[in-house]
Design a protein around this ligand. Structure first.
Ligand SMILES: [Zn+2]
Length: 285
């Protein structure tokens, strides 16, 4: 499943390729699962809209849309003025295997293609998702809220307060999307290792100084991974349709039984809230 750094990389790639382009028409497939908003609403919001920007919010890719003039003609005159600057958003969650492809119209339409946007530039933007855990939706007033706070923007005091009084293991708290949005399993394990905290520690029992180290580690790990272009472990591709990711060297994640890179103690794996957690029993306490 793509994590925050991968989604950031994909959003940046898309921003370069499709910002400024206009959606001329939209085709949506028959499978109901990928459509979180009604098909008619998705099509009506996208068609004739200009893609002003593409950015990441949590693990969502958000296309900022500007309603195009062509639509105004169909609306009553009174609403024309407010509508002319109308903002809307197209929100894509890639789920496990979702991909966004920018391609020429003659490119073969892959099996499991659920949406095709024809762009004024002549290219197409396609959403392909074999396992159908991905989701497409629109926010017609442009006020999409993913919940939680952005881990790369959160300030120390706010970060510390997120964990105040929480009896859950710190690992579960890090994965709780209502607290921090977009920190997934790999980066949670790596951040805990770098800050010397065991994943099973109760969040409330961690000192402010340790939380400060965790705060720095979360940002450091995410920024390193973004700099490397995400660290994919599954089958998705960047916005060009190329295999585009480099692997961040994981220090604990997926290294059960292998020697710790710092102290050579074998890395342990435990299951917390149904998710694998990896840690060094000597370096983390
Ligand atoms: Zn160690």
């Amino acid at each position: 499943m793509p994590e925050l750094p991968e989604v950031e990389t994909i959003a940046r790639g898309l921003a370069k390729r499709v910002s400024g382009d206009v959606v001329e028409s939209v085709w949506l497939g028959q499978k109901p699962e990928p459509l979180k908003s009604p098909a008619s609403e998705i099509a009506a919001t996208l068609e004739r809209s200009r893609i002003a920007a593409v950015r990441r919010i949590g693990k969502h890719i958000v296309f900022e849309l500007e309603a195009n003039g062509a639509r105004r003609a169909t609306l009553p005159a009174k609403r024309t003025t407010s509508r002319s600057t109308a903002k809307a958003q197209w929100i894509v969650h890639l789920g496990m295997t979702g991909r966004l492809q920018v391609c020429e119209p003659q490119a073969e339409v892959l099996k499991h293609t659920h949406a095709i946007l024809k762009l004024a530039s002549g290219r197409e933007l396609r959403f392909v998702d074999p396992r159908r855990f991905g989701r497409l939706s629109v926010a017609r007033s442009g006020d999409f809220n993913a919940g939680g706070v952005e881990p790369l923007e959160v300030q120390l005091d706010q970060f510390v307060s997120l964990f105040h009084g929480r009896k859950t293991p710190i690992k579960s708290a890090l994965l709780n999307q209502k607290l921090l949005r977009g920190v997934g399993n790999i980066y949670a394990d790596e951040s805990l290792f770098r800050s010397g905290i065991r994943p099973r520690r109760r969040a409330a029992s961690i000192s402010r100084e340790q939380l400060r180290r965790l705060f720095l580690s979360v940002k450091e790990v995410l920024r390193e991974a973004i700099a490397l272009g995400g660290s994919s472990v599954s089958d998705y591709v960047d916005a060009d349709g190329e295999e585009g990711f480099f692997q961040l060297r994981h220090r604990v994640y997926g290294r059960e039984g292998e020697p710790c890179l710092v102290c050579k103690t074998p890395i342990k794996r435990v299951v917390i809230a149904g998710r694998s957690s990896h840690y060094c029993p000597k370096c983390q306490e």
